[in-house]
Design a protein around this ligand. Structure first.
Ligand code: NAD
Length: 358
């Protein structure tokens, strides 16, 4: 008999497809009449085009979004919100830009229309991380959940192939951990399996042919599904390790996820039979951890933490921090195997089913 479960779907209006940015003015008008456009400095070109499309709704642009959502940047954006009497936010970009949009919504409760251009997935979550005096704190609140999301495959064509692959593996990690989350449920299982399969179909082609529209659509669709998983379930060892490694050695977010994922999956596989079965179906066969490693390796993306600048003596430090803060995980945290995992991820070893067997 099926177990009882709780499924909580987060409300969002989602427009998905090619050329969907054409609908941005109509969609923004549902939310407000004086719109702030938010982007990073690197995406000012796309933000300018967006502002033109908004026509009379566009009241101001803030192009200062940056990594880790520093509060100083949010304070500067808030000054624009007040001066321009903003009543809705339209954010175009990756997790950093969406982070700023959420930080403004946290302070103002303004409605948000978000247009993601990476596969990171923040648009589907109630999570907001902010940095103050170098310290990152995370909150979970429905206040930061965007009202509307426009996924336009065309906007992802400029995402460089390597970033696409690491960002896509980062997304897959959300779905992999959702399949063995303590609060998993059959609805999220379906979404997670489908998300992993769609990304796995898309990413290798995107790496070779970044302009392939069908592969880009598969990747973005998969990223959306994986984002739903992140928004709906708790995380485990993989996210914990990435948090420790990223925070302790200042490693880049998506690349760290891409490197750690095959190892975290190989580690947990013996304890999560249903999840492994779903991932096998999604990836089309055995050797699931190796298959994910190959997606990064074949694309020429980093597969070793040392290539991201983590020092070798950091391995023991990372093990220590990981063990000091126990974390929900389906397989108990074994100190010897965790050291092996971090050392392997540091060196770029390709994991298989025997790598973390006892
Ligand atoms: P990012 O937003 O930092 O973007 C990296 C760079 O790529 C930026 O310069 C950006 O302008 C550029 N870029 C983005 N899309 C592009 C495109 N299509 N073409 C060309 N350039 C493009 O990177 P990210 O990986 O999307 O986001 C990472 C951040 O998001 C991290 O800080 C992470 O903590 C956060 N995040 C938060 C959540 C959440 O739920 N709160 C979820 C996932 C990630």
């Amino acid at each position: 008999m099926m177990d009882s479960f709780v499924y909580e779907g987060l409300p969002a209006r989602v427009i998905f497809g090619h050329g969907t940015l054409d609908r941005v003015a109509d969609e923004a008008a549902r939310l407000g009449q004086r719109v702030l456009v938010v982007s990073t400095p690197e995406q000012t070109g796309a933000a300018g085009d967006l502002a033109r499309r908004l026509g009379g709704l566009h009241a101001a642009t803030f192009s200062g979004a940056t990594m880790h959502t520093p509060v100083e940047v949010t304070d500067r954006a808030m000054a624009v919100v007040t001066d321009a009497r903003i009543d809705a936010i339209v954010a175009l970009g990756g997790g950093s830009t969406i982070g700023l949009s959420k930080a403004i919504a946290l302070r103002t409760d303004l409605p948000q229309l978000v247009i993601p251009t990476t596969y990171a997935g923040s648009e589907m979550t109630r999570i907001i991380g902010q940095t103050e005096n170098g310290l990152k704190t995370t909150q979970v609140t429905p206040r930061v959940l965007p009202e509307t999301v426009i996924y336009d495959v065309d906007l992802t064509l400029t995402l460089p192939p390597l970033m696409s692959v690491t960002s896509g593996l980062n997304a897959m990690a959300h779905a992999v951990e959702a399949l063995y989350a303590t609060n998993r449920n059959p609805i999220i299982d379906m979404i997670a399996e489908s998300g992993i399969a769609s990304l796995y179909r898309g990413l290798p082609v995107v790496a070779r042919e970044p302009g392939n529209l069908e592969a880009r659509a598969n990747a973005l669709y998969g990223a959306w599904l994986c984002a739903i998983c992140l928004g709906a379930t708790s995380v485990a060892l993989h996210h914990k390790l990435c948090h420790v490694l990223g925070g302790s050695f200042n490693l880049p977010h998506a690349e760290t996820h891409a490197i750690v994922l095959p190892h975290a999956l190989a580690y947990n596989a013996p304890a999560v039979r249903d999840a492994v079965a779903a991932i096998k179906r999604a990836l089309g066969g055995e050797g699931i951890a190796g298959k994910l490693f190959d997606v990064a390796r074949d694309a020429g993306a980093p597969t070793a933490l040392r290539d991201l600048g983590m020092p070798e003596d950091g391995i023991d430090r990372a093990v220590e921090i990981t063990l000091a803060n126990p974390y929900d995980n389906p397989r108990p945290i074994d100190p010897v195997l965790i050291r092996r995992l971090i050392a392997n991820a540091w060196a770029g070893v390709r994991p298989d089913h025997s790598t973390y067997a006892v």
